[in-house]
Design a protein around this ligand. Structure first.
Ligand code: ADP
Ligand code: MG
Length: 695
């Protein structure tokens, strides 16, 4: 049998392949492009394209594509064959340097938020040589950024790359002050832990709500949910294991470092975590992982649900975005060091993150805002919608000592003097010590836990990179002017802690009292996407994005519009699906059941028998049917009003307040009816059928 070490990365045009297939001159200039972002010479591009093509054809590829990530949050590709007619009526396989570096997909239907008028609808794709090309389903995929002709970003990769440049620039300024001579670049690193559900394909196909919306809009809880906690880390069922084995193999071939797999809390819920990598690669790999999960599931007659809340009443799915900063010399800047100088540097980076999260709570919330994720955040199973930081008691004590000048309990002698003292040993977090925090320090990285399972991790990391870049730039501005570095550094860290400690919360984020306390601390509680999104356009955020060249003003506005529209479209589709299910299935089925009961009652009457059960239930289901009917008229009425609402922010709020709420009201009546209607009459498979469908 082939070993993992033999096939790992076999479908990737990685460094090893480049070294063996390219002349040393070409290899060197390509490496330069990869490391320093220098533009690639066309003759070099031609040689790379030639080598790539030959390699890909040997691996069975027939087509190539510029693989990109439009603002829909999923990936896009348009395949072009390598074939080109030859003079003798046959074909040759061709792939030129210009096809490698630039593409022009006719991609006019992707959302652009008004950045492109339809007459100049074309955008172009540009190769991101820092993310390796790979082969997927006989297609050579070239990771690219997608821009308009005037250079505006139309995708999620471009701003992510820009944000990585921004934090690189600012972190280097700070690192220079600490005398790090050898450090020439830093990169942020990310390890995204991915949660998902697996259900049987046959039952999936019996639920139009899952098919159209990715989540169930109706469904009563089965007698058994997740209360026994017997699924979490439980034995993996053979069918699921077979899926995981196939998935791992596919991921490994693509050089994706799938590492851990386990059952999650809810029945049918699982998790996959990769080993971390550079942020843009982690984002590409996470997109691929989500896509391949769905593909492999189908092969096993399963369906992989990536929605944040496929089932009401059991846990939803998220993505833990583990984030850190690494130097080209291999130092993790969020790892406390061994010497006073290393510790001082660590504390400065740490306080930069604390300040960033406090000042840009709104942007972090927005970076994970979606219709699906709204069902998770704040629902006592996922972090609350309030953004706060968990640092753990040991680190909190350190911060307190710096702030107050009082000695550390663990260090009898005196208080902690930055640049002079060594930090006490901090425990590395190996378990999830505080699952209720949206943003937790876990020893050498931060774990942003509010990201939704179906979302691209780009958005969260664009924001993280940018807000930390901003704070580092402010710190560098101050310290570059300093005449007494050690003292000024100490004061800066101390002042920052004092000003921003309100964002630190080590308690239970699910506790109702936290909401009041957070409110008293002046923290934001942006409960829903429509409430969060308008902050995108706050002046401080526009200033942030434009000053670090992440977005132009028109790019921000476009992204805002798209996010609003996306939300409204999703809720609208959900409402239409719910109405369809009510009109064509639930109401007629309940009626049929009532009719059956009615006949039973009549029959019993003739025989002079009592019909206690039938009479009781016919009353209940008739009442339910009338209620459902009234509510569904109200829902139709609310929906009909949406066409008159012109502003995107008004529309999303209206849908949240009047459409989603009405859908919930209908659902609660339908779900109650489900508990008493004969299963034979019930039109759809139940939660029990769905959640326990894989054996
Ligand atoms: P924990 O148990 O604290 O969650 P793990 O070691 O299990 O930590 O790691 C969880 C995820 O964090 C993995 O995907 C891992 O690769 C990632 N990770 C570890 N170190 C870093 C780092 N320096 N930067 C980004 N992600 C990291
Ligand atoms: Mg973790």
């Amino acid at each position: 049998m082939e070993q993992v070490t033999d096939y790992f990365g076999s479908l990737v045009f990685d460094d090893k392949v480049m070294k063996s297939k390219l002349s040393s001159d070409v290899y060197k200039s390509l490496k330069k492009t990869i490391q320093d972002g220098k533009e690639l010479d066309i003759s070099v591009a031609n040689s790379v394209a030639q080598a790539m093509k030959e390699w890909a054809i040997l691996k069975g590829a027939t087509h190539f594509t510029h693989w990109f990530q439009p603002m829909t949050g999923i990936t896009a590709e348009k395949h072009d064959g390598f074939i080109s007619p030859d003079s003798d009526g046959r074909v040759i396989m061709e792939f030129k340097g210009k096809e490698l570096v630039k593409g022009e997909p006719d991609a006019s239907s992707f959302p652009s938020g008004g950045l492109r008028a339809t007459c100049e609808a074309r955008g172009y794709t540009a190769w991101d040589p820092t993310s390796y090309a790979f082969i997927k389903d006989k297609v050579l995929c070239i990771p690219t950024a997608f821009c308009s002709y005037s250079g505006e970003a139309l995708d999620k990769k471009t701003p992510l790359l820009r944000s990585m440049q921004a934090i690189n620039k600012q972190a280097l300024r700070v690192l220079k002050l600490f005398g790090n001579e050898n450090v020439t670049s830093i990169k942020t690193t990310v390890g995204p832990e991915q949660e998902y559900f697996l259900i049987d394909k046959d039952v999936y196909l019996k639920r139009p709500d899952l098919i159209y919306t990715g989540r169930t809009l109706f469904g009563a809880m089965p007698p058994k949910g997740q209360e026994l906690e017997d699924h979490y880390f439980g034995v993996i069922k053979p069918r699921v294991q077979a899926f995981m084995n196939d998935l791992n193999e596919e991921l490994w071939k693509l050089g994706i470092l799938g590492k851990t797999e386990h059952n999650e809390v809810a029945p049918a819920q699982h998790e996959l975590a990769p080993i971390f990598s550079t942020t843009n690669i982690a984002a590409d790999h996470n997109q691929l992982t989500m896509e391949i999960m769905q593909k492999i599931a189908k092969k096993h007659d399963l369906v992989c649900l990536l929605h944040e809340k496929p089932f009401k009443g059991v846990n939803g799915s998220g993505k833990h975005n583990n984030w850190s900063i690494s130097t080209n010399t291999g130092i993790n800047l969020l790892e406390p060091g061994e010497t006073p100088a290393e510790n001082a540097q660590f504390l400065l980076f740490l306080t930069a993150v604390i300040k960033a999260v406090d000042e840009y709570q709104d942007l972090l919330r927005i970076s994970v805002a979606s219709a699906g994720n709204d069902f998770r955040l704040g629902a006592n199973e996922a972090p609350p919608a309030i953004v706060s930081i968990f640092v753990g008691s040991e680190l909190e004590e350190v911060l307190e000592s710096i702030e107050t000048g009082k000695p550390l309990a663990s260090k009898q002698s005196n208080f902690l003097k930055i640049g002079v003292d060594v930090l006490p040993k901090l425990p590395k977090d190996t378990t999830d010590r505080n699952r209720t925090s949206p943003f937790a320090f876990t020893g050498n990285k931060f774990e942003f836990r509010a990201v939704g399972s179906s979302e691209s991790i780009s958005c969260a990391n664009i924001i993280l990179n940018t807000i930390v870049a901003e704070e580092l730039s402010k710190f560098a501005d101050i310290l570059e002017k300093s005449k007494d570095f050690e003292n000024d550094l100490h004061d800066l860290i101390k002042d920052t802690i004092i000003k921003h400690k309100r964002i630190i919360f080590n308690g239970n984020g699910y506790d109702a009292s936290w909401i009041d306390e957070a409110n008293a601390r002046g923290l934001l509680n942006l409960k829903s996407t429509p409430e969060a999104l308008p902050h995108y356009l706050d002046q401080k955020n526009i200033d942030l994005f434009t000053s670090h060249n992440i977005y132009t003003l028109s790019e921000i506005k476009a992204r805002y519009e798209i996010a609003q529209e996306q939300y409204s479209k999703i809720v609208n589709i959900e409402a239409l699906t719910a109405l369809d299910m009510v009109n064509k299935y639930y109401l007629p089925s309940i009626s049929k059941f009532a009719n059956f009961l009615y006949e039973s009652i009549e029959n019993k009457k003739e025989l002079g028998l009592e019909a206690k059960y039938e009479t009781d239930v016919i009353n209940k289901v008739s009442k339910a049917s009338n209620e459902i009917y009234t509510l569904k008229l109200e829902l139709e009425n609310a929906l009909s009003k949406t066409s008159t609402i012109t502003k995107v922010e008004d529309l999303s709020l209206f849908l949240k307040d009047h459409v989603l709420t009405k859908m919930e009201e209908i659902r609660s009546v339908v779900d109650k009816a489900e508990m008493i209607v004969d299963k034979k009459y019930w039109p759809f498979v139940s939660y029990g059928d769905l959640l326990y469908s894989v054996n």
